[in-house]
Every structure is written in C-alpha cells, then in structure tokens.
Design a protein around this ligand. Sequence first.
Ligand code: HPA
Length: 270
Amino acid sequence: MSSYGNDCAEIVRAARPGSYRIGMILGSGLGELAGEMENAVRIPYSKLPGFPVSTVSSHGSELVAGELEGVPVVILSGRAHYYESGNPSIMRTPVETLKTLGCEILLATNAAGSLREEVQPGSPMLITDHINWSGLNPLIGEEDEKRFLDMTAAYDKDLQAAMHRAAKADGHALAEGVYMWFSGPSFETPAEIRMARILGADAVGMSTVPEVILARFLGMRVAAMSIITNLGAGMQAHGLSHDETKSVAKLGLARMKKLVRGFVKEVSHG
Ligand code: HPA
C-alpha cells in the first residue's frame, strides 16, 4: 500500500473498534443511506489523511462505520471524481482504508444516464461489466506486476445473484447492464451517446470505474449499481442537468435503500 490506508484504518478503529465486512461508496444523492446505520461513528474526510473532499453538491464527505442489518459496514458517503482533480487514483486511500478495515466486499453506487428506453429514470441498474472510455487508469504508475490486473470477472457473479435475490424479495425485477465511464464533467453529446449504444453500453456515467479497478487490485469482490437519473443525451426531449441528476436520484432512493439492505442480508446470511 502506498497511501494513508493504514493510518486512516487506525483512526476508524480508534473511534469504533472492530472488523468490517462490507464497504460502500455512495454517489450522488445516495449518501442518505449512511444515516440509517446503527451504532455508527461518523468521521469527516477532512480528519482522514489522503481522503479527498468532494466539491460536488449532493455528495457528502464522511466515513460512517457501524452496522446495517446487524452486519459491520463502512460507508463512504461521497466520492471524489476524476474530473474534480485530474487524478484517476484520487480514491486510492479511501478504497485502501476499506480493505485494511477488513472489508472483503465493495458495493459502489452512482447516478447514471440510461441508454435503454425501457430502463427509465428512477430505476436501479445492476452493473455487470464496464467500458473504460476515459483512457485513464488508477494503476498507471504502479510498478508491481499486479498492475496487469485481470478484469474478466471484475463484477462478482455471486454478488450480482445476491442483488437479484434482494430485488426479488422486494417484488421487483432488476435491470442490469454495462456501464461506460466518461471523464466528465460535461455531459455526453448525442453523437457520443449513439456511439456508446453501438459499442455495447447500457448506461453512462462519470465515476465508479476507477474505484472498481482499485478494489480489484486490492483483491476485493465488487458489486456496483446505478440509479438511472435520465436517458442519455439526445434520447429525451429536454437537455441534461446536474439538478435533474440530484432530484431524480432522490426519487430512486427508497428502492435503492431496500436493495442495499437486502443485499447486505443476502451476502451475510445467504
Ligand atoms: N451522463 C453522465 N453521467 C451521468 C448522467 C449522464 O447522462 N446521468 C447521471 N450521471
């Protein structure tokens, strides 16, 4: 480990001793889930060396360690994006901290634009694979041979099955698909969206992929889910805006919370 992951894990353990099973990175508007943790401590990112402070409204900036459904969980409420700093490994210390705290599973969530008309704003989409369209990689500069990371099964099949069971228990079918990472911060053009569809993407967004690569590099099992907040540029009558991302993410929150709780139960007892 090259960053402050060990130092940060010690700070968390000093505030709340114990080992943790699942780490979560919650994106736009989803940080509210952290408020539902039991026996939790909250630590602002500003107290954790190497943690970024997000500049995006709707992103909180705190680590919350506690229990969800009786399972020890660490939630990173708020992430930093590549477009905020130009650094694709900006989330390295946070992901290392989760791993050092014992989390063997990472659940990452984000807001995304859907490329499929039948997957409408407000619905969740389970990510089964990704396309890294940015050309960036958080492992650039890494010298260890481990940098040649196998991405064949980056999104864990058993965790995907657990998420589908959680959705079924909640009475819903769960859409799934391929997430394509654009650097942002400008949204895509309609031409880029047509390209993304041709290339096999089901959703587009500006996050998550670097964290997934980092988590796999550290040997964690990964699940990821989008809240669809809009259709891709050119697919809906109106243009795109961050306000829409924030307000629609809120509409999807209730279902997302149930899914995450169900997922935690499934992976711990199932
Ligand atoms: N594109 C990129 N990122 C996004 C979108 C989108 O359409 N919606 C929410 N985040």
